[in-house]
Design a protein around this ligand. Structure first.
Ligand code: RIB
Length: 335
């Protein structure tokens, strides 16, 4: 029978909250208390990740999900997949939007901890996942969505974004384009950085091909439009002949600017490819080529991983699932 956090608290003559603080925020606890609790944890053989016990201990029937941008249809589809799998288990999903802010993400993590959710799924807004590991150590399982963190104890469902970036730029090069711009959001977002890595690998395979990086504050339609206006304002000889947008929202904004604002035609003057293959990528004035991510399946699988972790009796507990991206070719890159 697994040792519970209550047994540790009783044996150390402290509250359950103090045990949780010793595990999560030891700086808030008197050193001699930390020493006593850790000694009891060792003596009793308490296993920190006793998430199945948490479920039996009457946690709420909820799961927390934090997305980078609730306005991005990609994450709406991820949330739909997560809800579908949660509903199969009689659970509900609480949705938080970090808006690519680590501070807002931290606020939602605190809220979900207070709400005693059974676990948290999130696409991290920043590079570090150390706080997520401490949260998991305190008994709240964490599954990374659309991102992995090798060498950590965190489960993950992701897409090979390096391969996705490679596919996108390899496709542009196959169309004879050689002056390519990567229009992206902050490279602190792992997906953005990985897509760039893949793009650089594709460029290195073609002598003479060039890659310019245009980094924007966020991956939104408005930012894409602003980038498009900059490209239109350049002298013709300084313009790229193709653009790889780090996601479809940027691509939609770029397309608006290129088509409506300037004398540039897509794909004749500038070929354009996005990423995610959100529903309206196919419906834009020039249907967008894109790199498809299985958004609904990502969300569904992330909850399934969490539920397997919570159910100690689950037969298979594969901690990492990685999907392959798919090139979708439409008019915006066709001859
Ligand atoms: O939020 C930025 C991007 O990261 C999304 O468009 C999606 O591609 C995710 O992977």
């Amino acid at each position: 029978m697994a040792v519970s956090v209550r047994e540790v608290a009783a044996a150390a003559s402290v509250s359950v909250g103090t045990v949780s603080n010793v595990l999560n925020r030891p700086e808030k606890v008197a050193p001699e208390t930390v020493e006593r609790v850790l000694s009891v944890i060792q003596d009793l053989g308490y296993v920190r990740n006793d998430a199945a016990r948490q479920l039996r201990a009457g946690r709420s029937r909820t799961i927390g999900l934090i997305v980078l941008d609730a306005g991005n249809p990609f994450f709406a589809e991820v949330a739909r997949g997560a809800e579908d799998r949660a509903a199969e288990a009689g659970m509900s999903v609480l949705l938080g939007n970090s808006d690519e802010s680590p501070q807002r993400e931290a606020g939602y993590l605190d809220l979900f901890r207070e709400q005693r959710v059974n676990g948290v799924l999130l696409t991290p807004a920043g590079e570090s996942v150390a706080g997520l590991e401490r949260m998991q150590d305190a008994g709240v399982p964490v599954v990374l969505v659309d991102r992995e963190a090798p060498g950590t104890s965190l489960r993950s469902v992701s897409v090979d974004d390096v391969e996705g970036g490679h596919l996108a730029v390899q496709h542009l090069l196959s169309r004879g384009r050689t002056r390519i711009a990567y229009v992206c959001g902050p490279r602190s977002i792992r997906q953005v950085a990985d897509r760039l890595t893949g793009a650089q690998r594709a460029i290195a395979e073609v002598p003479g091909a060039q890659l310019e990086v245009i980094e924007l504050p966020a991956l939104t339609v408005l930012q894409g439009r602003a980038a498009g206006e900059q490209l239109v304002a350049r002298p013709r000889a300084e313009r790229p002949d193709a653009v790889f947008a780090a996601n479809d929202l940027l691509a939609v904004g770029l397309l608006q600017a290129l088509q409506l604002m300037g004398d540039l035609r897509v794909p004749d003057d500038i070929a354009l490819i996005g990423y995610d293959d959100i529903d309206f990528a196919a419906a834009t004035v020039v249907p967008l080529s894109s790199i498809r991510q299985p958004a609904h399946l990502i969300g569904y699988t992330a909850v399934d991983l969490l539920l397997r972790h919570l159910d100690a009796a689950a037969d298979v507990d594969e901690p990492h699932v990685r999907f392959q991206p798919e090139l979708v070719i439409r008019a915006s890159t066709s001859p």
